[in-house]
Design a protein around this ligand. Structure first.
Ligand code: GTP
Length: 359
C-alpha cells in the first residue's frame, strides 16, 4: 500500500499563535525560523518525502506570508494551493473549508506546529485497512494531562475524546495528524467556527463513524509554547528530532555562514544563529534561538530563549527562559529570567531590570 500520489495533504496554519507572542505578532507561528528554515518547511519536506505532492495550506492569520515564501511549491517539489479564511474558522472549519480543492478520496490533515517523526504511510495504511472514516495519529507521552487523551479498544477503534483532563485514562494523546475520508470531512458544519478536537471528533463518535487510532512513540512535540519551541529547535539542531532538510548538518550549534562569532564565544545545547547575526566575544549561548540580524554583545549569556529579528542584547546581560520581541534593545547587565517576554521595539536601559542585587 503506502501513499498514493492522489492523497491530498492539508496543513492548518491559520492560528494566531497567541502563546508564542510577541514573536507571532510579526510572523505566523509556522513561519518562525527553526533550525535555519521556517518551521513549516520541515513539515512540508516530510510530507514530500512520504510521497504526497498536492498540499493545501489552510490559512487565515497573516495568510500572505505563506504564499510569498512558498509560492506554488514547485521550488520544493510540491504543488501548493492556498485556501484562506477571512474570519478564522477554527481547526475543524479550516479542514471543511478546503473541500473544493481536494483531488483524492482521502486527505491527510496536519497541525502546522507539530514536530514529529511519525510514519505517514503507516497512518494511511491503517486508515485503509480498518476501512476507517477518520484515523488519528496518537502518540504516547509521559504526562498526558496537558493534551487531548484518546483511548482506543483492542482493535484500535477510538472510544472517547477527553480534552485536557487531570486524570487521563491512557497515555495516548491526539498528535495533531489525521486522515479523513471525503465523506467524513463533509459532515463538518460550514459557515461558522468549528473545533476539530472539541466538536468534530466527539460528534463522529456519537454518530457511529469508524474512528481509529494509529499509535506510536516516535519523536513528537507541539511547538506552540516558548519552552517547546526552544526544545524542538534544539532537538532539530542536535539530530534528536527528525527533518529531511537537515541531514548531515547536525551538531551542538547551527550558525548561518553570514553570522559573525567573536573570539571565545561558546555556542552549545542546539543553539541556532541566524543570517547576519553577530555574537560578541565571550558570549555564552546555550539552547538559544537567535533570529536573523540579532546582536548579542560581549560576555552576554542567553539560555533556552528566543531572540527575535534585529534584537540587541547588551554586554553581560543574561536572558534565561525568555522571549525577546523583534527589534528590542536589552541594556548591558540586564537580567531577564523565567518566562520574561519583552515586547517588540522595547528598550531597557543598562542595568534596568535585575533579579540580583549586585551592581
Ligand atoms: P495559540 O493561540 O497559541 O493556541 O496557537 P494557535 O492559534 O496556532 O492554535 P493551536 O495551536 O490550537 O492550533 C493548532 C493548529 O491549527 C496550528 O497549526 C494553527 O495554525 C491551526 N489553526 C488554529 N486555528 C485555526 C483557524 O481558525 N483556521 C485555520 N485554517 N487554522 C487554524
Amino acid at each position: 500500500m503506502g501513499i498514493e500520489k492522489a492523497t491530498d495533504a492539508v496543513v492548518l496554519v491559520g492560528g494566531k499563535g497567541t502563546r508564542l507572542r510577541p514573536l507571532t505578532m510579526s510572523a505566523p507561528k509556522p513561519m518562525l525560523p527553526t533550525a535555519g528554515h521556517p518551521f513549516l518547511e520541515h513539515l512540508l519536506a516530510r510530507i514530500r518525502a512520504a510521497g504526497i505532492e498536492h498540499v493545501i495550506l489552510s490559512t487565515s492569520y497573516k495568510a500572505e506570508v505563506f504564499e510569498e515564501y512558498f509560492g506554488d511549491g514547485s521550488g520544493i517539489g510540491l504543488d501548493i494551493e492556498y485556501v484562506t479564511e477571512d474570519q478564522p474558522l477554527g481547526t475543524g472549519g479550516g479542514i471543511r473549508n478546503v473541500e473544493s480543492a481536494l483531488r483524492g478520496d482521502h486527505v491527510m490533515v496536519f497541525n502546522g506546529d507539530v514536530l514529529t517523526g511519525a510514519d505517514l504511510g503507516a497512518i494511511l495504511d491503517t486508515h485503509v485497512e480498518k476501512e476507517a472514516d477518520v484515523t488519528l495519529h496518537l502518540v504516547r507521552v509521559s504526562d498526558p494531562r496537558a493534551y487531548g487523551s484518546v483511548p482506543t479498544d483492542a482493535d484500535g477503534r477510538v472510544t472517547a475524546f477527553l480534552e485536557k483532563t487531570q486524570d487521563p485514562p491512557t497515555d495516548q494523546i491526539n498528535a495533531g495528524c489525521y486522515v479523513f475520508t471525503r465523506a467524513a470531512l463533509e459532515k463538518i458544519p460550514t459557515g461558522r467556527p468549528v473545533s476539530v478536537e472539541r466538536e468534530v471528533f466527539p460528534s463522529l463518535l456519537t454518530d457511529g463513524s469508524r474512528v481509529f487510532g494509529y499509535v506510536d512513540h516516535t519523536y513528537w512535540r507541539d511547538m506552540g509554547t516558548p519552552e517547546d519551541f526552544v526544545r524542538g529547535s534544539a532537538d532539530l539542531v542536535r539530530g534528536i528530532a527528525p527533518s529531511p532538510l537537515l541531514e548531515g548538518e547536525r551538531g551542538e550549534a547551527l550558525v548561518h555562514p553570514s553570522a559573525g562569532i567573536g573570539g571565545g564565544a561558546l555556542l552549545i545545547g542546539g543553539t541556532v544563529v541566524g543570517r547576519g547575526a553577530v555574537i560578541g566575544a565571550g558570549a555564552r549561548l546555550d539552547g538559544a534561538v537567535v533570529f536573523d540580524g540579532a546582536q548579542i554583545e560581549a560576555g552576554a549569556t542567553v539560555e533556552r530563549s528566543i531572540v527575535g529579528f534585529g534584537v540587541r542584547i547588551g554586554p553581560r546581560a543574561l536572558v534565561r527562559d525568555g522571549v525577546i520581541g523583534d527589534g528590542a534593545d536589552i541594556g548591558a547587565r540586564c537580567e531577564l529570567l523565567r518566562g520574561a517576554r519583552v515586547w517588540p521595539g522595547v528598550a531597557l536601559p543598562d542595568g534596568g531590570v535585575r533579579f540580583s542585587t549586585d551592581v
